[in-house]
Write a protein that binds this ligand. Structure first.
Ligand SMILES: [Zn+2]
Length: 203
């Protein structure tokens, strides 16, 4: 991923895919990275996000535990998605990584007031704790996994990108995470290649 791109790029079309896309592949997820994702994907309000950011100082143990759980869930989802893409078997332990969050985030949906006029469905965890922040991600991942071969799961055709996305296009032939980002880059590269070929043919 280009370091100048805004983080996180929510191009996956499904929450679980955006989550996996936001987790660095070669390094560990940071607390700031996790909370930035929570805010960007509207799992946490900006106000709640600010409270959570402060948690790494006020209750580093709780923050650390949630971060570890988020990383585990991200790894489990990434492994499962990779297996689905390559039509390989999804290992029991990856499923367990998702189930673990689904289990501890037992709760129910209820209508909550957004601004005193509008109502939105909100997840209310049975127990307090921070795991509820991961509940929607685990739920979204579980839905994709349970779609099996019907899932329109794709990975961006730009080999330097690697973002997952859900193909909701009518033709089901979407190739890029984003036409504006990777699609155009590829077009430009193909044009440059053709141009270079034409030049060498003339020479
Ligand atoms: Zn891409």
């Amino acid at each position: 991923m280009n370091s100048t791109d805004p983080f996180p790029r929510l191009l996956g079309g499904r929450l679980a895919l955006d989550f996996v896309n936001a987790i660095p592949v070669t390094s560990d997820l940071s607390w700031e990275g996790l909370i930035t994702f929570m805010q960007a994907s509207q799992i946490a309000t900006p106000e709640r996000g600010r409270e959570l950011l402060a948690l790494s100082h006020s209750d580093p143990q709780a923050a650390d535990e949630l971060l570890r759980k988020a990383q585990r869930l991200g790894n489990a989802l990434r492994n499962a998605l990779e297996a689905m893409l390559h039509k390989q078997k999804i290992a029991r332990e990856w499923i367990e990584g998702v189930n673990e969050i689904l289990r501890i985030t037992e709760g129910h949906d209820e209508l909550g007031s957004v601004d005193g006029r509008e109502w939105a469905l909100e997840f209310v965890a049975r127990e307090g704790g921070l795991e509820w922040l991961l509940a929607a991600v685990a739920r979204s991942g579980a839905e994709i996994i349970s779609e099996g071969t019907r899932a329109r799961l794709r990975v961006c055709a730009n080999p330097g990108c690697g973002l997952f996305f859900y193909d909701t296009s009518r033709t089901r032939r979407r190739r890029w995470c984003s036409m504006a980002v990777c699609g155009n880059r590829s077009k430009v590269a193909a044009f440059a290649r053709r141009h270079a070929l034409a030049r060498s043919a003339r020479a």
